[in-house]
Design a binder for this molecule. Structure first.
Ligand SMILES: Nc1ncnc2c1ncn2[C@@H]1O[C@H](COP(=O)(O)OP(=O)(O)OP(=O)(O)O)[C@@H](O)[C@H]1O
Length: 365
């Protein structure tokens, strides 16, 4: 075979392996790549069912229909370089870091279940002497303390489904509570809100968890394949080796899929302001104060935000001049963003009272 033939055959072999793999382990910790990989395999995998395992650098992952300003401390995330990412599945907000492993069970729609993926993980934990169970919300919790160790979300469309979940191995639990605590006041929103839980780490090594999660899934897959029954739990070393053979398990890195349009486009989309912030369901913000050093009177702010853009802006104050000055700024059509007020200073010199009010507004976003 000539060089071209050899290259084509090598590339198509890799593709074939990836698209038919039962377990895909990502070597990348880039959350945008990993979510795009999941989306790509969701659309293109040829395997009747597959499991993707990956870990991300610190990121707040909000559900498809959530409001990032309600779910996250946007300011803190930005200053500590924690990504805020809107995923494609519904559900609540979770925090990912290198101490958290994500699993994603892809199946055909007719095989979808709200519990199967989590049950396989509970079984894997059992092997590692962690006693866990599913609660009514389909979260995995520790049996004794009922603390949450894994949350789930789902997507079902076009005859396919995925169930993805987290697993807190050694995550920064303080980070979870601080990055997921919004400081934005007065938001009235119809978006989905998260259910805050008491969380815990299972304190397992990543290698142990990956191995058992993979085996639990492969056993289940094997049993479905052979008889459509539940997996045989008596698994010997030979069987383990067969199941986790190189044909079943593929390791993938972002370079392997560089240039694949679906992956590139999904990464671009997930990174865009229009997706993460612009997809926020309509919301209003109503705040009031009489504590500013502007003459001891009450001021009120009432804004409406559609697609992350200010649609209506109302500021009321008994000081007519101040009210007029604030209302004169070009609020409508501006992105609801931390730094936007700075742009007002470019073309005008606000009065000192207006400056105090602008600073108050910017601190409340
Ligand atoms: N990596 C994580 N693993 C487990 N729990 C987490 C993690 N990060 C955050 N949490 C907890 O989960 C809460 C969000 O849970 P919520 O149930 O709203 O969303 P979910 O787990 O994605 O699933 P769903 O809404 O689909 O049930 C957070 O407020 C936090 O208490």
């Amino acid at each position: 075979m000539d060089l071209r033939g050899r290259l084509i055959s090598k590339t198509s072999k890799q593709w074939f392996k990836l698209l038919h793999a039962k377990v895909i382990i990502s070597k990348s910790v880039d959350p945008y790549f990993n979510l795009a990989l999941e989306d790509f395999l969701y659309s293109n995998s040829k395997s009747p069912r597959s499991l993707i395992l990956y870990t991300n650098t610190p990121s707040v992952i909000i559900g498809r229909n959530q409001n990032p300003w309600v779910e996250a401390n946007v300011r803190k995330c930005r200053s500590n370089l924690v990504n805020i990412i809107r995923r494609k599945s519904g559900g609540g907000t979770v925090f990912h870091d290198l101490g958290n492993v994500n699993y994603s069970l892809l199946t055909n729609r007719n095989e979808f279940s709200h519990t199967k993926g989590a049950e396989l993980i509970v079984k894997a934990l059992e092997k590692l002497n962690v006693e866990a169970e599913l609660n009514q919300r389909h979260d995995i919790v520790l049996k004794d303390t009922k603390q949450k160790i894994s949350g789930s979300a789902y997507k079902i469309s076009k005859g396919k489904s995925y169930h993805h979940g987290t697993m807190l191995l050694n995550s920064d639990l303080k980070g979870i509570s601080s990055y997921l605590r919004s400081t934005t006041k007065g938001i009235i929103s119809k978006g989905v809100t998260s259910t805050r839980s008491d969380v815990a780490n299972v304190n397992l090594s990543q290698v142990d968890f990956l191995r058992e999660a993979m085996l639990s899934f492969l056993q289940y897959d094997d049993a479905r394949h052979v008889s459509g029954t539940n997996p045989d739990t008596s698994i010997d070393d030979q069987k383990t080796a067969d199941l986790s053979s190189r044909d079943n398990v593929v390791f993938v890195d972002s370079n392997d899929l560089a240039g694949v349009p679906h992956v590139m486009q999904t990464m671009q989309e997930l990174k865009s302001w229009n997706w993460t912030f612009g997809q926020t369901p309509f919301f209003k913000q109503l705040i009031t104060t009489n504590n500013l050093p502007i003459g001891n009177h009450q001021i009120e702010l009432d804004i409406s935000i559609r697609h992350g853009i200010i649609e209506n802006f109302n500021f009321t104050s008994s000081n007519d001049r101040l009210q007029q000055e604030i209302m004169n700024y070009p609020w409508k059509g501006m992105a609801y963003e931390l730094g936007f007020i700075n742009s007002f200073m470019l073309n005008s010199v606000p009065s000192s009272e207006a400056l105090i009010v602008l600073d108050w507004i910017s601190k409340n976003i």
